[in-house]
Design a protein around this ligand. Structure first.
Ligand SMILES: NC(=O)C1=CN([C@@H]2O[C@H](COP(=O)(O)OP(=O)(O)OC[C@H]3O[C@@H](n4cnc5c(N)ncnc54)[C@H](O)[C@@H]3O)[C@@H](O)[C@H]2O)[C@H](O)CC1
Ligand SMILES: [K+]
Length: 236
């Protein structure tokens, strides 16, 4: 059987999970541990903003309508709060956003962060954050999201993907249609099995999930975070 673990530079082994297993981690976090989605998303957004700042000085965040997009918009808020030029491009009009994505958008709207829709709004950033689709991908990327994937790949700016490159299946690593080709991936909590075939650096971000949560799921876990909030990982 293929070894599905990743390893940090100092040798800590981190198991990878499928999209379904990660959904179960999320469910346990919210329903049994009381860690709600905005709490996890805040940690995701802050870690993502740190990476975006390291990769460039002017940022365009491309965000979708799910948890991935919500994390991207939280990242945009952290950048804006640090005077980093940042804009957000959505795959739909803001009025059509739902749930956590709508919540994050409303804060950006109050804060004066520019938010537009469609590929012509990407501008000329020095880094692109890909927060369009995460482990919620179903089939090939369609419609306006597909145009945004194509537009991101056409730019010279390096792309930082949140969780999994948009268009890539988080479990299998397959790309049923077009997919973002990132310079770096920041994945959340546990690496996704589909990242084993990634051909760019992958980092893992802490979103504050307790060790007891992994224990309850029977996942063999030692925190890789120790004195940091994110860590580089490689397939073992
Ligand atoms: N513990 C964690 O890891 C956390 C992860 N978070 C992030 O949330 C996403 C998963 O969120 P979910 O809402 O389930 O789905 P996505 O955001 O990945 O995608 C939904 C979004 O994408 C659209 N879509 C799906 N397939 C297609 C397609 N083929 N073509 C076009 N559009 C598509 C769909 O319509 C929705 O709009 C996870 O990856 C993390 O990034 C949480 O933020 C924190 C906890
Ligand atoms: K993504």
């Amino acid at each position: 059987m293929t070894d599905m673990t990743f390893r940090t530079p100092d040798g800590i082994e981190v198991p990878s999970v499928t999209a379904d297993e990660m959904r179960e981690v999320d469910r346990l976090a919210t329903e049994e541990f009381g860690i709600d989605l905005p709490q996890m998303m805040e940690n995701a957004g802050r870690n993502l903003a740190w990476h975006a700042r390291e990769m460039g000085t002017a940022v365009t965040v491309v965000a979708g309508n799910g948890g991935n997009g919500g994390g991207g918009m939280a990242c945009a808020r952290h950048l804006h709060n640090r005077d980093v030029p940042v804009r957000v491009v959505l795959d739909r009009p803001p009025a059509d956003l739902e749930g956590a994505a709508a919540h994050q958008y409303a804060i950006l709207d109050q804060s004066g962060v520019p938010v537009d829709t469609g590929p012509t709004a990407l501008g000329e950033p020095s880094v692109l954050v890909d927060a369009l689709i995460g482990y919620g991908l179903t089939g090939a990327v369609r419609g306006p999201a597909a145009e945004l994937v194509e537009a991101m790949n056409d730019r010279a700016a390096p792309v930082l993907s949140l969780d999994i490159p948009s268009g890539r299946n988080a479990t299998t690593g397959e790309t049923p249609g077009e997919a973002v080709d990132p310079a770096r991936v920041l994945t959340l909590a546990l690496p996704k099995t589909g990242l084993r075939s990634a051909d760019c650096p992958v980092s893992l971000a802490d979103i504050s999930l307790p060790v007891a949560l992994y224990e309850r799921l029977g996942i063999d876990y030692e925190t890789p975070f120790k004195n940091r909030y994110w860590v580089k990982i490689n397939p073992k």
